[in-house]
Design a protein around this ligand. Sequence first.
Ligand SMILES: [Zn+2]
Length: 145
Amino acid sequence: MNRLKRKIIHFVLLLFVVWATYQIAWARYFYIVTAYCNCPVCINIPKYRDGYFASGKKLYWGAAAADPAVPFGAKIELVPQSPKDFLDILFLLRGRFKYRVEDRGGKIKGRHIDLYIPKSLGGHKKAIKWGKKRMRIKINGELAR
Ligand SMILES: [Zn+2]
């Protein structure tokens, strides 16, 4: 009985170490990944709804907004953390993992990226469906911290 007790304690400790390592080495670098479209709800300043991103490029599918620390043109890649993330990328984002930074946003600061979803892809409805996810991303091929 005593041996079993010790085994259980060791197992719980092991689980804790694995969990703590995951939190410290991986999950602390999670980004918030949201989505937006070119509507008055998503872009509430009319002059920014001019059909162009902050980079000056015309709106296109495959662009995203990021913190000003990430330069325009930087390549973003989503790193899904769960089967649900994977399926949502597959079905809501047409399987697109890679985006290019073209935009900025008042609320897009720090570890937060906002994926642009054009009307032809479902726009606002899709953006709401996507919601707010937490996952790691790659910036120009490297896992972002
Ligand atoms: Zn919208």
